[in-house]
Design a protein around this ligand. Structure first.
Ligand code: FAD
Length: 303
């Protein structure tokens, strides 16, 4: 059996693996796709100490770092279930079963997509999901934020301080964000709020986004907005379906963790976007991966 089995090969899982391997304990990583969301990222400008890089480049560096240690990397393998016990079991969809004294869950999350024409085509070319990551790329430009919940309204407030103009589109007849956020948003001079607005498509010139279209659900009229960017903020879904009924999850499906990354099951730790820790970023995922690894090591030396 492993001492530490990490499920997930994004920044959190990779950082955790390096930290446990450096403690000399037997470490394995199971990942559906090594690199995780970073593989889908074009420009990265907020990975501190690296001024500018690209997702696949950062993933190659992560992989090189992981492979320089004695870590079993089981890529293209999906975990289907966790069975807690004296020895934890991870069942893979292939039918194989892996055993380990401890488990670190780092299965990340995915942005909910709108599923409208143009969204996939212009991803990273004007279609964005993370205002902290991509906001500064739209300095002085016109952008839309789709989604009127807390994350959409927070994004619109954040972006309004950087870009030229923000249009916020909400499908329902009113915003769902906290009142204090709605009040702040309404006070900003360069923001337009559209409710009852159904996003129909995102358009571009083949290279970059140049606009979007929505239907006003009260009149049925289709409108066009000329703009350079669209931030989609309709939810971040943690990859925890396979954990239902085991570790405690928040109402959003995130794994509840303490400051050491410990979950509700002793010996099961978690880190990164899959947890309740706020502000999901590469650098925070790595930091939390390191913390969960040290928490796991602490657990091992006491058992
Ligand atoms: P993830 O990166 O999501 O990795 C999860 C890992 O778990 C993957 O290996 C996945 O294959 C695996 N996995 C999932 N389910 C299973 C399963 N059942 N069995 C086995 N393996 C499984 N952050 C920044 O800091 N700067 C940026 O510029 C930036 N830009 C972004 C751009 C885009 C388009 C996206 C989508 C995200 C961006 N982010 C950015 C956010 C950042 O990528 C995430 O916060 C970070 O990758 C989270 O790391 P993680 O290790 O927790 O999870």
């Amino acid at each position: 059996p492993y001492d530490v089995l990490i499920v997930g090969g994004g920044p959190a899982g990779a950082a955790a693996a390096i930290y446990t391997a450096r403690k000399g304990v037997r470490t394995g990583i199971v990942a559906e796709r090594f690199g995780g969301q970073v593989m889908d990222t074009l420009g990265i400008e907020n990975f501190i100490s690296v001024k500018e890089t690209e997702g696949p480049k950062l993933v190659a560096a992560l992989e090189e770092h992981v492979k320089s240690y004695d870590i079993d990397v089981m890529n293209v393998q999906r975990a289907a279930a966790l069975i807690p016990g004296e020895l934890m079991e991870i069942r893979l969809t292939s039918g194989a079963v892996l055993k380990s004294k401890t488990v670190i869950v780092a299965t990340g999350a995915r942005w909910r997509e709108l599923n409208v024409p143009g969204e996939k085509e212009y991803r990273g070319k004007g279609v964005a999901y993370c205002p902290h990551c991509d906001g500064p790329l739209f300095k002085g430009k016109r952008v839309a934020v789709v989604g009127g919940g807390n994350s959409g309204v927070e994004a619109a407030i954040d972006l309004a301080g950087i870009v030229g103009h923000v249009t916020l589109l909400e499908f329902a007849d009113k915003l769902r964000a906290d009142a204090v956020l709605q009040k702040k948003l309404a006070s900003l001079p360069n923001v337009t709020i559209l409710t009852n607005a159904q996003t129909m498509d995102i358009t571009g010139d083949g290279q970059r986004v140049n606009g979007m279209e929505y239907i006003d659900r009260t009149s049925g009229v289709r409108h066009r907005l000329e703009l350079e960017g669209v931030f989609i903020q309709i939810g971040l879904v943690p990859n925890t379906d396979w954990l239902k009924g085991t570790v405690e999850l928040s109402k959003y499906g995130e794994i509840e963790v303490d400051a050491r990354g410990q979950t509700s099951i002793p010996g099961v730790f978690a880190a990164g976007d899959v947890t309740t820790v706020p502000y999901k970023q590469i650098i925070t995922a790595m930091g939390d991966g390191a913390k969960a690894a040290l928490g796991t090591f602490d657990h091992l030396i006491r058992h």
